[in-house]
Design a protein around this ligand. Structure first.
Ligand code: APR
Length: 247
């Protein structure tokens, strides 16, 4: 049985507005690489930071398209893990529950989370690099980078690359929920990439309780009200069980 601080469960029982921010660590137990894990196979020769940029796509669209196609195939073959499922159940426990994710794999939606704010977009759909039209499906001929049916421009993954702005509506919703929350979870994220990484500090600034769940220490750990070290696939169900047991 995971030993959780009593104060955390008390806080959870009285919380009204809860925000959970997730990163790649939440999908690690579904078998998906985190960003700062070493890449494997053919992709071991590349750093994600060197592929997830507009410049990389400009320079070699086929290479970038192939990397995301590999990740899309892996994400579709993966299953939501108990951490995703616990977060989906949490959505109905509070006056408001806002799930923010930096992940683009779509596993929160597949776990049943009713509303997911995808701060970094999704690999499940694409947009035209020229006219920005969005597509949920597209024609692919033998794996080549597909073209926009409207303008014949190259289609690209509908994700936020380094140096690009986050979707403004998603970011505004995230900021609003963070400002209003009394409990903020930071789960499975290294907290290195802004503006997502700044949300936890914004929650702390207005007095919210900050709970970090991570397999290792991060820059946020020292600031957390409760820093739980371990896997989100174990800790989130344990928190949920303790919440129900405390009723
Ligand atoms: N349970 C909890 N935490 C885990 C687990 C696990 N099973 N496995 C790994 N972690 C933690 C790692 O310790 C690390 O702190 O998850 C974190 C993953 O960090 P990153 O790989 O940096 O992923 P993330 O924080 O989501 O990256 C943020 O950076 O590269 C950009 O846009 C990309 O969305 C990504 C953003």
């Amino acid at each position: 049985m995971t030993d959780l601080p009593n104060q955390l469960i008390d806080t959870l029982r009285t919380a009204r507005h809860v925000v959970a921010l997730t990163g790649a660590g939440v999908s690690q137990e579904s078998g998906l690489n985190t960003f700062r894990d070493a890449q494997v196979g053919f992709w071991a020769q590349y750093r994600p930071e060197d592929l997830a940029t507009p410049q990389a796509f400009e320079r070699d669209p086929q290479l970038v398209w192939d990397w995301y196609a590999m990740r899309r195939t892996q994400a579709r073959a993966a299953a939501p893990n108990p951490g995703h499922l616990a977060l989906a159940e949490m959505a109905s426990l509070f006056k408001s529950f806002t799930l923010l994710t930096q992940n683009v794999d779509g596993l929160h939606q597949r776990a049943g989370s009713p509303a997911v704010i995808e701060l970094h977009g999704s690999i499940q759909n694409v947009r035209c690099a020229s006219c920005s039209l969005h597509y949920d499906s597209w024609q692919e001929t033998s794996g080549e980078v597909p073209h926009c049916p409207a303008c014949a421009g190259l289609l690209r993954p509908n994700v936020v690359w380094f140096g690009e702005s986050l979707p403004s509506a998603a970011l505004q919703s995230a900021l609003d929920a963070t400002q209003a929350c009394d409990l903020f979870f930071s789960i499975g994220t290294s907290g290195l990439v802004h503006p997502a990484a700044s949300l936890a500090y914004a929650a702390l600034e207005h007095g919210a309780c900050l709970v970090e769940i991570n397999a290792t220490e991060t820059p946020l750990t020292a600031h957390a009200t409760h820093a739980l070290t371990g896997s989100s696939g174990q800790l989130l169900p344990a928190i949920l069980n303790a919440y129900h047991a405390a009723r």
